[in-house]
Design a protein around this ligand. Structure first.
Ligand SMILES: [Zn+2]
Length: 249
């Protein structure tokens, strides 16, 4: 015969179930809050909403993300922060022109459902070259574009150059360069192979765009012009469209 003293108290068990239910509701609420703050893009990669991300202390977390599906494009505005890049003939700094043009490319890609754009920097932040390529590698970018302005001691030198390092990047370089020379109106200096560090570190199809010479007064004036930048940004997007035509995500 069971000792009635050790028989479980039915009222106590009910209370336990109630507590378990309460705990379960609490856990589910936390999961709901978590899912609301984070988003998973089409490839299941967890992407922190930049508006909710903790403020960056050294700028390394500063990135903006489309997070909307499509080909992943990383746009790298050359230089930034303590590194101004080239000094134009008027004294303009390359880092400001690269950021302005990169933002225009980003905005156009953001409107296009085929593309999911990211920027290595979206303000005047210094980033190491290896951090830029590592960011693209980490995102498994379908294309990495590093935007620059050229410089030379002879101010008469001008024109548009597109660089690649790895052979896998040649079709991307050709597609963008073809559109770029039409939009810049600058002399065509060609598609060239060069071991720029930001390209060497990249495992993804990657190009470096030397869109024009900031040390040439005529080209610099155009490169700082808003309408010219709009045209060139559209040309870069047109080149990406050509490159990705027929490709599957
Ligand atoms: Zn540069």
């Amino acid at each position: 015969m069971m000792n009635p003293n050790i028989r479980p108290n039915p009222g106590h068990r009910k209370k336990l179930r109630f507590r378990q239910l309460f705990l379960l509701v609490g856990i589910l609420s936390l999961i709901a809050i978590f899912l609301n703050q984070y988003d998973f893009n089409s490839r299941g990669k967890l992407v922190v909403d930049p508006a909710l991300a903790p403020p960056a202390t050294d700028g390394r977390e500063v990135t903006i993300s489309g997070n909307k599906g499509g080909f992943t494009i990383v746009i790298d505005a050359g230089h930034g922060g303590k590194d101004p890049g080239a000094n134009g003939s008027s004294g303009a700094e390359e880092k400001e022109y690269t950021l302005s043009l990169a933002k225009k490319v980003y905005a156009l890609l953001q409107q296009d459902p085929k593309f999911d754009p990211y920027m290595t920097r979206n303000d005047d932040t210094f980033l190491e070259l290896d951090e830029r390529s590592a960011y693209s590698n980490g995102l498994e970018a379908d294309a990495f574009l590093s935007i620059h302005g050229n410089t030379y001691t002879d101010p008469s030198i001008k024109g548009t150059e597109t660089y690649y390092d790895s052979l896998i990047s040649i079709p991307l370089a050709n597609a963008i360069h073809d559109k770029l020379i039409g939009a810049t109106g600058f002399p065509d200096r060609g598609v060239k192979q060069e071991q720029w560090r930001v390209l060497v570190g990249s495992e993804r199809p990657s190009v470096l765009l030397e869109v024009g010479f900031m040390t040439n007064p005529q080209e610099e004036a155009q490169m700082l012009d808003n309408a010219w930048q709009d045209r060139v940004a559209q040309a870069i997007v047109d080149g990406l469209n050509d490159y990705f035509e027929g490709k599957q995500e």
